[in-house]
Design a protein around this ligand. Structure first.
Ligand code: BEZ
Ligand code: FE
Length: 307
């Protein structure tokens, strides 16, 4: 195969292919597409036909070799083998290819000033501990204390009481509780917005950490010279009846990894100022705590559920 095919043919699946060869390849695509003619579910048909057309265009554009096809099958097989109830290598693959983020963009279209969504990630658990207003979600996890406060409102500006706010994050060693032990619960919790829509709690100042990179996705990142690091972040999931569920993070301004996030999750509107407070600064709840701490404001705006 001449090497110019890969470089020069990008975006043109017919370049440097003889008319006879082109006909063979075109006929196969149409035959596969026709195999979905009797699909009862029209949406399934639409998705499968489009998938086949794009897949064949990709194979033809890069002139995929049989060895490369074999390597892809082997990669997917390894991804399957490492996947279990707690490790989902296919989601990680989707995340690192930007496919998760693109799906989120499509399904959470910007609506007025509603807070933007970002990736869910694999570390949410259903049974996080409940904390009261001003409580601490660290539950002993190591890291610098961080005071988080804000209001939950609708896009009309009216306060939303009783919104359930789930928060979770890695500790300063870059690990989530469930990575130590599936039953451990720390650096996560949930609370509800107050009658005036306000909320506040203690957490940890977020620090960068790598996505799980000891499997095929990590090997792929190494092969292409990419870092597995995620920009520092604190996860939020906010639910309220009649409102679109918001899955998002906040990211500290100034983090050097912001624009190299391994899963493309950073959006400008989600970058917040985490203000450094020197040791000895009284806390908002009127205490002096050990060491320096930070504080951040995150006002959350929820779109209507039919937005
Ligand atoms: C996370 O933020 O927890 C995460 C997101 C995507 C892939 C891996 C981890
Ligand atoms: Fe995370």
């Amino acid at each position: 195969m001449p090497s110019f095919v890969n470089d020069a043919a990008r975006g043109n699946i017919y370049r440097d292919v003889t008319p006879a060869q082109r006909t063979i390849e075109d006929q196969l695509v149409e035959k596969v597409v026709q195999s979905f003619d009797h699909t009862p579910d029209p949406r399934l048909k639409e998705v499968m036909v489009s998938l086949v057309r794009h897949l064949h265009s990709f194979i033809r554009e890069v002139r995929l070799t049989e060895a490369e096809w074999g390597a892809a099958i082997e990669f997917l097989t390894r991804a399957g083998h490492i996947t279990d109830d707690v490790r989902q290598e296919f989601v990680l693959l989707s995340d690192t290819l930007g496919a998760s983020m693109q799906t989120i963009n499509i399904n959470n279209a910007a609506y007025q000033d509603a807070t933007e969504a970002t990736v869910f990630g694999p570390f949410f658990v259903e049974d996080s501990p409940r904390v009261e207003r001003g409580g601490d979600i660290a539950f002993g996890a190591p890291g610098e204390a961080c005071w988080v406060e804000g209001n939950v409102t609708g896009t009309d500006g009216n306060p939303l009481a009783g919104a359930r706010i789930e928060v979770w994050e890695a500790d300063e060693d870059g690990l989530y509780d469930v990575q130590y032990d599936a039953g451990k619960r720390s650096a996560r919790g949930h609370l509800h917005s107050d009658t005036d829509g306000s909320y506040c709690f203690w957490a940890l100042t977020p620090t960068p950490y790598p996505i799980p990179d000891d499997g095929p996705v990590g090997q792929l990142l190494t092969a292409v010279g990419r870092s597995p690091l995620r920009a520092s972040h604190l996860h939020f999931m906010v639910t309220r009846e009649g409102r679109r569920t918001l899955v998002t993070h906040i990211f500290p301004a100034g983090d050097p990894i912001l624009w190299d996030d391994s899963v493309f999750g950073v959006k400008q509107s989600l970058i917040k100022r985490f203000e450094q407070q020197p040791a000895g600064t009284p806390t908002p709840d009127g205490r002096i705590i050990d060491g320096a701490w930070t504080r951040v404001r995150f006002d959350i705006v929820l779109a209507p559920s039919d937005a």
